[in-house]
Design a protein. Structure first.
Length: 89
């Protein structure tokens, strides 16, 4: 699902990563509607978030900043991830 050409992680990608890396199933439409809500809204804890960060680092072959684990919402997380990926492209 990740578009390797423009290096952007989408809501759909994040929902898939949440399921694969953390075992948390969330509908991408709901994730998009509530992207400003805390991770706990979706049942994701800090270990699950670290798993998602690790998967993204592996997938894109680059490290993400330590601040990733301090992102409180999916919206904030995607903004940081996509900003890092845009700089690394």
């Amino acid at each position: 699902m990740t578009d390797q050409v423009d290096h952007q992680v989408t809501i759909e990608d994040l929902a898939e990563l949440m399921k694969r890396s953390a075992g948390v199933s969330v509908d991408p439409l709901i994730l998009e509607e509530e992207a400003g809500s805390g991770w706990d809204t979706f049942g994701l804890d800090s270990l699950g978030l670290l798993g998602i960060v690790a998967e993204l680092e592996k997938r894109h072959g680059m490290g993400l900043p330590e601040q990733m684990e301090r992102c409180k919402t999916p919206e904030e997380f995607l903004a940081v991830v996509n900003g890092v990926l845009a700089k690394g492209a």
